[in-house]
Design a binder for this molecule. Structure first.
Ligand code: UDH
Ligand code: MN
Length: 335
């Protein structure tokens, strides 16, 4: 009898342990994280549905002794103090060992995920450029970007052409370094929150979403002016920017049209993070508003394939490596 009871007990114990083991194994597989590239369930689906291009990534083979920089830089603080009432001095910045000739910076402790060229269209705004350099270099370093600053100056006395200068900046920056992200910035715009990261995203990025001159609001939904960022792929997909918008206005709307005709949408930071200040100014000489802009932006679909980076012509007049930026003076012709 005792023998029988003991055997029964052993059988019950073995059964109990097997059930426990089964449960344990089942839970173990459920809790083990999937490989990271499969872990983004809904996002992966979204990517295939809309054919979004992932944001560019710098090969970590570039420097295999350093880790990749994190998605969110660790030392950001949020809102910043930006003030244009007092003049600024650049002496200290010019001695910054973290900056190399031409306004280049590469983080020393990690490998940036992107290589960012910052392109500024320019003529006769030295005073604004000083503020831009003063505020932006420390900010971009804090954002752990591998970046270079290119100021593209229009030579001569013809009407200003912002978009064509941006095309020149794209082309010239690529001659120097294998940039995979391009930030196009007006010289007079400074973000007032360091969480507004000057890099590229899955979709073309509009960064200056809450400008003080528009009472910290987006003036209209399609607005893409001020500061924007596009990966090389996104930029090439729209054949770059138009070359024939002379004078003020319209070129940013043409760029928006290009993006939307190529099936892309605009990525933006939240309003609070996208706040920025513009240095107050009057309209420049030789940049009167362009009366043709309204008709031109109605024809983007017909013009974008033949007018753009594939039809760009210009002559470099001078290329100067300054400590805080690379200045390229160009002859871009006339209307
Ligand atoms: N830019 C120059 N030089 C020029 C013209 C334009 O450098 O002569 C560049 C500069 O980077 C500037 C950008 O092109 O930030 C855009 O031009 P903008 O600043 O004139 O454009 P915005 O829309 O000005 O800010 C509109 C005219 C302001 C009139 C305001 C009257 N209250
Ligand atoms: Mn301006």
């Amino acid at each position: 009898m005792l023998n029988r009871t003991c055997s029964l007990l052993v059988v019950v114990c073995v059964l109990h342990m097997s059930v426990m083991l089964l449960f344990y194994l089942k839970n173990f597989t459920r809790n083990t994280p999937a490989p990271t590239h499969l872990n983004r369930g809904p996002e992966t689906v979204r990517l295939t549905l809309t054919e979004e291009e992932p944001a560019p990534q710098t090969d970590s083979e570039d420097n295999n002794t350093l880790p990749q920089c994190p998605d969110t830089p660790p030392n950001l603080v949020g809102p910043l103090q930006v003030d244009f009432s007092d003049p600024v001095k650049l002496e200290k910045l010019e001695k910054d060992p973290q900056l190399s000739l031409g306004g280049r910076h590469t983080p020393s402790k990690c490998v940036s995920q992107q290589k960012v060229a910052i392109i500024i269209p320019f003529r006769n705004r030295e005073h604004h450029l000083k503020y831009w350099l003063f505020y932006m270099h420390p900010l971009l370093q804090k954002q752990q970007l591998d970046y270079g600053v290119y100021v593209i100056e229009q030579d001569g006395e013809n009407k200003f052409n912002r978009a064509k200068l941006l095309n020149v900046g794209y082309t010239e920056a690529l001659k120097e370094y294998d940039y995979n992200c391009f930030v196009f910035s007006d010289v007079d715009l400074i973000p007032v929150d360091d969480r507004n990261i000057y890099k590229c995203f899955d979709q073309p990025r509009h960064l200056s979403v809450a400008m003080d001159k528009f009472r910290f609001r987006l003036p209209y939904k399609q607005y893409f002016g001020g500061v924007s960022a596009m990966s090389k792929k996104q930029y090439l997909k729209i054949n770059g920017f138009p070359n024939n918008f002379w004078g003020w206005g319209g070129e940013d709307d043409d760029i928006y049209n290009r993006l939307s005709y190529r099936g892309m949408t605009i990525s933006r930071p939240a309003g609070a993070i996208g706040r920025c200040k513009m240095i107050r100014h009057t309209r420049d000489k030789l940049n009167e508003s362009n009366p043709q802009r309204f008709t031109r932006i109605h024809h983007t679909r017909q013009t974008m394939d033949t007018d753009g980076i594939n039809s760009l012509t210009y002559k470099v007049v001078a290329l100067e490596k300054k400590q805080l930026y690379t200045k390229i003076i160009v002859d871009i012709g006339k209307p």
